[in-house]
Design a protein around this ligand. Structure first.
Ligand code: PLP
Length: 361
């Protein structure tokens, strides 16, 4: 059996089948069905949020956010994230301006944001990398001073809390992903979270082709809906979410223990952030060391992933060449080790033994 960077959580098959039996009885597959509505309600309740819209995926959630906030011109963003954080900005005809990350938090460095602001800047799109919350207080202060909108790419941040609130509660809007590789998933899926009811209404219309009624359209929209079949998976998985998060925390602690004493670095979590342990990233001393570790692990059918490499400031379609040496450097040296619900202690031990052995020679 391969040990991959992640494996999706799968609920007991019978529980999923019971939802499917309901769907078959109702003959209602998509277009805001009862399971999609129930999932939205349950998620709002679990996360303590006023508004949440279940959408097709995290990428569409970001695109809807950029559109609904009328963003134009330049958007300040992070080079250390998944490609969708940048590609959605370019897809929406805005220009990403990369601001380097902090080598500790691995999130956008608030100290460097202001020098990148120009008269064309409309927003900041920042990622809560690996589930570690951005310095939301500093970012909000900068945004308010310069009248910028803030979108958080919160694809990793399900279950992370800060000052008692969900990570999704920060910024003008948060976009998250419920992809199968994420901590909470609906196979494919995502959500838009915002505080403003007007903004929510606009995103909801845009999610449904711009319909205001069956025969009226206020503005251009897209199909950002999700299905009953996906919602059913979400409802099943949500039942286990506390166990999923606790299990990851336990495995994360075990890794830390087993790797103690090795010359590796870790992401520093924002103080007072209740972290969700979504990933287990390790920063090696050099890319050469990382490649040696990868080779050893791969030879034992263990497949960690280079999240995030390359640094997004190196993408060919990013025209403005911003100087992001920290992101470029860390992206070459960071590796996410396997972390998922069904990973065993013995498997963590094996991964750590192989890393110890590689680093010794
Ligand atoms: C997974 C991910 C996305 C994209 O989400 P999808 O649901 O796969 O479209 C966006 N940003 C980050 C940081 C991600 O990890």
């Amino acid at each position: 059996m391969n040990i991959n960077v992640t494996k999706p959580f799968l609920p007991p098959l019978a529980e999923y089948q019971a939802f499917l039996a309901d769907v078959w009885r109702r003959e209602w597959l998509t277009n805001h069905g009862p399971l999609s509505s129930e999932l939205e309600l349950r998620l709002k309740d679990y996360l303590g949020l006023d508004h949440l819209l279940f959408v097709t995926n995290g990428t569409i959630a970001l695109q809807l956010g950029i559109r609904a906030l009328n963003l134009t011109g330049e958007i300040i963003t992070t080079p250390f994230s998944y490609v969708a954080t940048t590609s959605t900005i370019v897809w929406e005809h805005c220009a990403p301006r990369m601001v380097d990350i902090s080598p500790d938090s691995l999130n956008i460095d608030p100290n460097k944001i202001e020098e990148a602001i120009t008269e064309k800047t409309s927003a900041i799109v920042a990622t809560h990398v690996f589930g570690n919350l951005c310095d939301v207080g500093r970012i909000e202060a900068i945004a308010r001073k310069h009248r910028l909108k803030v979108i958080y790419d919160a694809a990793h941040a399900f279950g992370t809390r800060y000052h008692g609130r969900s990570a999704f509660a920060y910024g003008d809007l948060s976009a998250t992903s419920f992809h199968a590789t994420k901590l909470f998933h609906t196979v494919e899926g995502g959500a838009v979270v915002c505080r403003s009811p007007e903004l929510l209404k606009r995103v909801a219309q845009m999610r449904n082709f711009g319909h205001v009624s069956p025969t009226e359209f206020d503005e251009v929209g897209i199909n950002g809906k999700n299905s009953e079949i996906h919602a059913a998976m979400g409802l099943c998985n949500l039942k286990y979410i506390d166990e999923i998060i606790a299990r990851r925390g336990e495995l994360f602690g075990l890794y830390k223990e087993r790797l103690a004493g090795l010359p590796v670095g870790y992401q520093k979590i924002l103080p007072e952030c209740e972290y969700n342990h979504a990933y287990f990233p390790v920063i090696f001393e050099s890319e050469a060391t990382l490649l040696r570790v990868m080779a050893t692990l791969n030879a034992h059918s263990i497949n960690p992933r280079r999240y995030f490499y390359p640094s997004l400031s190196e993408l060919d379609y990013v025209s403005q060449r911003d100087f992001t040496p920290i992101s470029n450097d860390i992206s070459r040296r960071i590796l996410c080790l396997p972390l998922y619900f069904s990973l065993s202690h013995e498997e963590v031990d094996l991964v750590c033994r192989l890393i110890h052995r590689t680093l010794k020679y």
